[in-house]
Design a protein around this ligand. Sequence first.
Ligand code: SF4
Length: 329
Amino acid sequence: MNRLLKFDDSKALAFQRPSLTSVNEKDLSTMPVYDILCGKSAGLPFEYLMTDIYSGCLPIKSICYGNCSAAEYWINKGYNFGARHINNFDEALFRKSIEQLSPDQRWLRQGWVSDVSLSKKSWELLGPISDVLMEYNIHMVIITKVFTKPSVEVMRKLAANKTELRVSISAIDTKHEIERRFDSLADYRQEGGLSVPYLMSFKFSDEILRNNQELIVQKIVEDDYIGAEHPLRLSNDNAGLESAETERHFHPKFADQTWFGRLYEEVGNFILPPPTFLPADYTFDFLRYSDVQKANAQFRFNNLPTYKDLIEKNLIHNNTFDHASYDVK
Ligand code: SF4
């Protein structure tokens, strides 16, 4: 049964922030262009990061759920985040930055302040990049909303180079978006790649959105995916908060954002944590949850607090929210 037939996106457009939509993008400067590099010695805030393929991402009216901390960061600095450019890829410089990585770093995150899926051209660039990384026994964890799908050739190359494709999904996506994202997850797994639905969960009071979120979780379980949960943070001026549970929880680090922590701890498929909690030597060899069960494999990743943890004020680790702010050099 295709559960997504019942997905109702009539509330999706409500998620906007007046403080951002009132900004005139014509008054903002062009985004700077960077070399695509890896790790802290290249100026990135964490060793596991690589520069996004794009500098900038979507215009203000289109940013995801009206709430994107990268967009807010650049707009506050006076840059037009939506007027994006592809960053420079110089293979020699890229290799030099890999050689300066900590020797135990086995994976790199692609997609932290933009999204590689903004064009076919940027997907094409990732294929050769994954080849270079494989020479150093490093794989990518791509986080994407799949605005455009990669070609079959790019998917095959990424799968052969052990790339994890993590696709962000939410109850407040449009129907078209959620279908494309699940299609992409299925296509990539078909090519032998690790496809991970990355659920941006939230406690909704609105019946339609609660139902959408349940449909997504049921689909993850029925389609036997390995999942990950990334609780959504919404700023308190986001008009969509009318659909949030009234018993609010505020983010422990960002008091102006509503956040409920993880909600699906009991669903076994949600094995993987957000990238911040992946160890430097992270690899994952299963494509299906049933294979994890058959192998009786056990994983012990640190993870974000659950809703219950928040209620009990149990934040687990001192560095739980280090990733939630960043600066770009
Ligand atoms: S894809 Fe990511 S970077 Fe781009 S607007 Fe959405 S949340 Fe922001």
